[in-house]
Write a protein that binds this ligand. Structure first.
Ligand code: SF4
Length: 225
């Protein structure tokens, strides 16, 4: 494990653990962690001579398999509740249900090689960008052509889309630092399939209570083991 990984993970762990312990709401701690993450990654990109090829309107990666923790889904629900109309939420949930039906009919391995447009991708832009989960934040590419090739040939796992090493290390370290802090609270630390959890974050009336008591927040969502 590199020195920069250890130091970034420890720094984020200490900040998040303190905020989770003193704050009433771990979702507030998550929002603050996302802010620190964005600053950290912006600096790492600025310091690098290689730059990501990612730009607004390029969304090949938003057809990949996505996973998220319960606190990330609860923050997304809050954001959608404040910024989406009821009709827009219904449209998103209908798309998530169509995705979930496909996901439940295939194996996790088949899901890795199946393109499914994320239910939250609208006009090729993420409609929840400020609160997108760590799994989405952590993805970047130095080769947009390779992303397109991978999208057009999803069974070909040999296509390398390219990463900036330091950016990938900081992203992973920061994520692990926050997750380690969240895991020691006794709240639900399970990892969920994004589509099945997205449906249930709107339909499970006791989701927040279940999360806080460490139960499976989304009883019917697919848990990633
Ligand atoms: S949540 Fe946003 S960034 Fe993540 S896959 Fe969906 S549209 Fe893309």
């Amino acid at each position: 494990m590199s020195d920069i990984f250890q130091s970034a993970a420890l720094s984020e762990y200490q900040k998040s653990a303190s905020q989770i312990a003193t704050g009433k709401d771990s979702l507030v701690a998550l929002k603050k962690s996302y802010e620190r993450y964005d600053n950290l990654i912006a600096k790492a990109i600025n310091d690098s001579t290689t730059k990501p090829a990612c730009k607004a309107g390029c969304a090949f990666c938003c057809h990949y398999k996505v996973e998220a923790r319960a606190h990330e889904m609860l923050l997304i629900r809050d954001y959608m509740g404040k910024t989406f109309t009821a009709e827009k939420i219904e449209t998103v949930l209908a798309e998530a249900k169509a995705n979930a039906a496909i996901i439940r009919s295939i194996t996790p391995e088949q899901h890795l090689t199946t393109n499914l447009k994320c239910a939250l991708l609208q006009d090729n832009q993420c409609s929840i960008y400020p609160v997108r989960p760590f799994r989405c934040r952590n993805f970047h590419s130095t080769d947009a052509n390779a992303c397109e090739q991978s999208h057009n040939d999803p069974h070909n796992m040999e296509i390398a889309t390219g990463m900036i090493e330091d950016v990938a290390i900081y992203a992973d370290a920061h994520t692990q630092g926050f997750e380690a802090a969240a895991e020691q609270t006794g709240r639900d630390a399970r990892i969920y399939d994004f589509n099945t959890a997205l449906i249930e974050v709107f339909t499970e009336p006791n989701a927040l209570k279940r999360y806080k008591t460490g139960k499976k927040t989304f009883p019917n969502a697919i848990e990633v083991i």
